[in-house]
Design a protein around this ligand. Structure first.
Ligand code: HXC
Length: 262
């Protein structure tokens, strides 16, 4: 993985933690078509690597995580069809990230605006630097969020808070984002804290982690009753794993579990 060459994306993998860094110096890491397709390819490759247990996504430099979709490419949008396709292509990348079987953490090291916040929302957990600012300012461009923001933000923080952010286009500072549950942690160094959070996740059984993700993701799209059924199904699957036996045996024998992901 370390040797893969992309133009606007770097992968840095040490053991079970892979860090995907978006790097477009001069454009605050804005997502152009090339970057979006490189993120999609990189994510596919990361998941194929059985050694990787957690994916962290961050932005290069101190100033920005990702300042949005690349606005300079918007002049190519000439029709309703083009606009819809632009949204769908970005949504596809975000949904692939949201659907990954391993935990994902956004290390929000600076501006996370528009498509940048939507990328962070596609991750499971968000860690923000104290200086980070998060927002969905699309209405200021005559647009609305198109990479999943109208849906994922409202599900995460509730429709009222999401509408306030989207209708005012304001930038929410890190501490306020923490208070509203938009980010999980605020730290001086977002990437360092993200690695610490990843280490906590990596102590646990990998299949259980993927089943938790699936239960939450699928449950959000359905009724409580149907969601509880999904939970019971996932629970049943977990009890069929060797890691379940290992986890219980380790607890009963007062030792640390050695999970194999089986
Ligand atoms: C292209 C961008 C960019 C973006 C910044 N840049 N954001 N280029 N797309 N989203 C470029 C600037 O043009 C500038 O290039 C350089 O990065 C540095 O940015 P500045 O504006 O000079 O920095 P600063 O004054 O510090 O302001 C930072 C900022 C501002 C507040 C983050 O850059 C900003 O408002 N950016 C746009 C944020 C935004 O609206 N994002 C949402 C996009 S819409 P030069 O060459 O001049 O130095 C979106 C929709 C997604 O994401 C869904 C689509 C379907």
């Amino acid at each position: 993985l370390d040797e893969l060459e992309f133009n606007t994306v770097q992968i840095d993998q040490h053991g079970p933690i892979a860090v995907l860094t978006i790097s477009r110096p001069g454009a605050l890491n804005a997502l152009n078509a090339e970057t979006l397709s490189e993120i999609a390819r990189a994510v596919d490759l990361i998941v194929e690597d059985a050694e990787v247990g957690v994916l962290i996504i961050t932005g290069a430099g101190e100033k920005a995580f990702v300042a949005g979709a690349d606005i300079s490419e918007f002049t190519q949008v000439q029709s309703v069809y083009d606009g819809r396709e632009l949204a769908l292509s970005g949504q596809d990348v975000m949904s692939r990230i949201a659907g990954l079987p391993i935990p994902t953490i956004a290390a929000v090291n600076g501006y996370a605006l528009g498509g940048g916040l939507e990328l962070a929302l596609a991750c499971d957990v968000r860690v923000a630097a104290g200086t980070a600012r998060l927002g969905l300012p699309e209405v200021g461009l005559g647009l609305l969020p198109g990479f999943g923001g109208t849906q994922r933000l409202a599900r995460l923080i509730g429709a009222g808070r999401a509408l306030d952010m989207m209708l005012t286009a304001r930038q929410v500072p890190a501490e306020e984002a923490l208070g509203m549950g938009l980010v999980n942690y605020v730290a001086d160094d977002a990437l360092t804290r993200a690695r610490e959070v990843a280490e906590l996740m990596l102590r646990n059984a990998p299949i259980a982690l993927s089943l938790v993700k699936e239960a939450v993701r699928r449950g959000l799209d359905t009724s409580l009753e149907a969601g509880l059924e999904i939970e019971a199904d996932m629970f049943g699957l977990a009890t069929a794993t060797a890691d379940f036996k290992e986890g219980v045996d380790a607890f009963l024998n007062k030792r640390r579990p050695a999970f194999q992901g089986e």
